[in-house]
Design a protein around this ligand. Sequence first.
Ligand SMILES: Nc1ncnc2c1ncn2[C@@H]1O[C@H](COP(=O)(O)OP(=O)(O)OP(=O)(O)O)[C@@H](O)[C@H]1O
Ligand SMILES: [Mg+2]
Length: 225
Amino acid sequence: MIEAQDVSLQYPDGTVALKPFSLFIGGGELIYVTGPSGSGKTSLLQLLLGMVAPSSGLLSVLNQPMSGARGADIRKLRRKVGPVFQEFRLTAGRSACENVMAGIRFLRPASGSLRQEALEALERVGLSHKAASPIEHLSWGERQRVAIARAIARKSELILADEPTGTLDKENALIILSLLISLRDEKTTVLITTHATHLLEPARASGVIRMDSGRLDMSRGGDGR
Ligand SMILES: Nc1ncnc2c1ncn2[C@@H]1O[C@H](COP(=O)(O)OP(=O)(O)OP(=O)(O)O)[C@@H](O)[C@H]1O
Ligand SMILES: [Mg+2]
């Protein structure tokens, strides 16, 4: 699923966001990524999504080698991933339902049930009643849940959720975390980054990646499903 050997990431301005690390994450794993602001959590997810290329080492995601990957390879990979961006990346002027539909429109052959699938995902995050509302009328927490619904609707092999509970109150954060965790199955791997370590239940995860100033430290354990 994800294999990294001595991978590092340096941005063009010289910032070393990720120091050389190696890790292996298999299918069906639930991994938490924790660490203070600026420690490299988003950079790690961007690397896995092919939004930035590794500066060194060997990285493969869903069997796609990321070093030297062509644009077409990256587009193909991204179709298999369900990202939840820290800054949501929703389209203003479109309804919650249309935003979710946009995330799945080109993934599968049209079955005529696109709207239905989007509505089901919105229902899972408790937002059916806002389906027709324009994004800019939604609260930040509601927008966060739309972004999560869009990732859920994709039914991806790999869910990369960047601070998915960042704008939610404790009650909603726990509901959303449970929902993301429930997506984990034999085939689907889920990575969740967060500052909010007090909300996590490490015993439910198969591993925790602790980040500090670009250094990754992965511990394994738990794995209670
Ligand atoms: N495009 C970029 N160019 C240069 N430096 C960057 C770029 N993006 C991020 N960085 C730097 O890389 C480091 C890691 O940033 P990153 O966004 O991955 O942290 P984070 O752990 O996700 O933080 P937060 O918890 O605040 O979201 C920071 O020092 C940041 O300033
Ligand atoms: Mg971040």
